[in-house]
Each structure stands twice: as C-alpha cells, then as structure tokens.
Design a protein around this ligand. Structure first.
Ligand code: MLT
Length: 310
C-alpha cells in the first residue's frame, strides 16, 4: 500500500527523504496540499498551519497528523479524537535548542546586548548607558519543568543561579531530580524569583496565566522570559509591568498573535524579541524532521508510537 503524506510547513529534507525511502508519496506546501486534502493518509505540520475541525472533516482518509515540534495548540485535538485521527509530535528533538535560546535571551536582556550592538552600529560608544545586572547568585523561577524546563535548569545552575520550579504535574521529588527546588505555588515562585521563565504549553488552563495578578506578586526588577507559547503571558499586563518598571526586561520568542508586527511590546526598549526561532537550529530541525517522519510512518504502518498525543 502506498501512503500519501502531506507536509504543509517546510521541514528539513532529511525527514522528506526518509519518508520517500519507505515508499511514501510526499506532497509539500499548503497550496499543493489543498486540492488533495481528501487523498491524504498523513499530514505533517509545524506551528504555522492550523489543523482545524474543517480541515479534518475534509481530509476524509486521514489517519494521523504529525506535529514537527512540541506544541499541539494549532491542532484541534477534540476534533481529531472524534474522527479517530491520531496526533503525534516530536517533543525531544528541540529541547537543547530551546533551552539554549532561553539562556541567550536571558543574557541579551540582562546585559542589553541587542541594544548595545545597535548603538555600536550607529557609531556610538555608550559605555555608561549599558550597565546590566548579574545572574550569578540570582534565583531563576521555572513555570513548568518538563524536558525544556529541566534543560534550562541545568544551564542556569552552571551559571551559578539557584533554580526553583513550580509544576503541578510533577511531585516534589521529580522536580528535585530535574535540578530545581520545588515550590508549592506560583505565588511562592513569584516571591522568590529574580528571573521568571515560562515552560508550559498553551492550554485553557495556562492561557493568560502570567497576567496582572502574577506581575503584582513578582519582585521589583524581575526579568521575564517566554520561549514556550504566546498567550500564556498576558501581553497587555506585561507591557504595563515594563512601563511601571516592575519588570526590568523581557525576552520573548513567542507571541499571542504571530507575527505580531511592530507592537508597543515588541518595540519596547527593554524587550528583546525574536520571531519564534528558539527551536530553529540546524541540528534540531534535522532531528525533528526525522523524528516526525518516523513517528508518522509508525502510525500509518501500525508500528510502536513514542509520542502519541491523541
Ligand atoms: C515547538 O512547539 O516545537 C516550537 O515552538 C517550535 C515551532 O513551533 O516551530
């Protein structure tokens, strides 16, 4: 049997080649896929393509949706479940890349690296303007300590930071094993953290989780990082907290609406913004493409699934 696999968003060539070696026919790009939706056995997406109920209804043969990455908030999981369509993802491949980017944003904010670079490029030498803050001895508070949170914790400890974490899905021992001191509540985390970093998916439970009330409880001069999902941080509340000086600076890779455009948050002088690139390393993208190709193939051929979401 030949399977038709649609790849809606570009993935690394290694994954496409692997599927073709197995004998799959591959159709790439939203435009090419659109008219052939009803023929697809599998659909692979990244975060750009929204797999809505309507898409799933039109894809009458579809057996599996593969998400080349971690977050599945762009897939209607309820509709997939109702139609008996499996959803799989590739949650391991991008862990180190996202953790590295989180730390990169932390340094960028703490030492105003992008602003200093922009100033140099204008021929200036503003030594007095760029006085940063040190990280050693400071406390990092992780909201969520899954794979990525744990990888960030490892790096932060290497920088001499103390790490605390709140994760209602893990018991205190598991949080300790992941390299952080567990705290009992988000309130405790906000009271202790000099840097708050978000590592939870976007769900109904986490939407707007870091909002006005959260900022009110945080320390003066806190740094906020989010490389997880737009929508978890309430962007209006963050802007207010930046303007009041409560938040020293923010490093953001994800936004409630992507692309966000030149919003007051993105253009704020103490925000370092990147266009959802935390997972965009050559190594991670090659791994993620191969992982999702193999997982989707396993779903089509009755193989063992490592990362089934639905
Ligand atoms: C992910 O969920 O894997 C990352 O945010 C990367 C992406 O969506 O491209």
């Amino acid at each position: 049997m030949t399977y038709l696999v649609g790849i809606a968003d570009p993935i690394h060539a290694s994954g496409v080649a692997w599927l073709e070696e197995q004998g799959a026919r591959v159709v790439q790009g939203e435009e090419a896929i659109g008219p052939r939706l009803a023929e697809l056995d599998a659909l692979i997406v990244r975060s750009r393509t929204k797999v809505t109920r309507e898409v799933l209804e039109r894809a009458v043969r579809l057996k599996v949706v593969g998400r080349a990455g971690v977050g599945v908030d762009n897939i209607d999981l309820e509709a997939a479940r109702a139609r008996g369509v499996m959803v799989v993802n590739a949650p391991q491949a991008t862990t180190e890349a996202v953790a590295e980017h989180t730390i990169a944003l932390l340094f960028a904010v703490a030492r105003s690296i992008p602003q200093a670079d922009a100033s140099m490029k204008q021929g200036k030498w503003e030594k007095k303007r760029f006085v940063g803050v040190e990280l050693a001895g400071r406390t990092l508070g992780l909201i969520g300590i899954g794979r990525i949170g744990a990888a960030v914790a490892r790096r932060a400890r290497g920088l001499g930071m103390q790490v605390v974490a709140y994760d209602p899905y893990l018991n205190p021992e598991a949080i300790r094993e992941r390299g952080a001191e567990p705290v009992a509540s988000l309130e405790d985390l906000y009271a202790r953290a000099d840097v708050v970093s978000v590592h939870v998916p976007l769900t109904e439970e986490t939407r707007g989780l870091v909002g006005r009330d959260a900022f009110a409880r945080m320390k003066e001069g806190v740094i906020l990082l989010c490389t997880a999902r737009g929508g978890v941080v309430d962007e209006e509340a963050l802007l207010e907290a930046l303007e009041s000086g409560k938040v020293y600076g923010a490093g953001l890779d994800v936004f409630a609406q992507e692309p966000p455009g030149a919003t007051p948050l993105v253009t704020h002088p103490r925000v370092v913004a990147t266009p959802h690139i935390a997972a965009q390393t050559r190594e991670a993208q090659a791994r993620v493409a191969l992982d999702i190709a193999q997982e989707v193939w396993a779903a089509l051929t009755g193989g063992e699934l490592r990362w089934r979401v639905v």
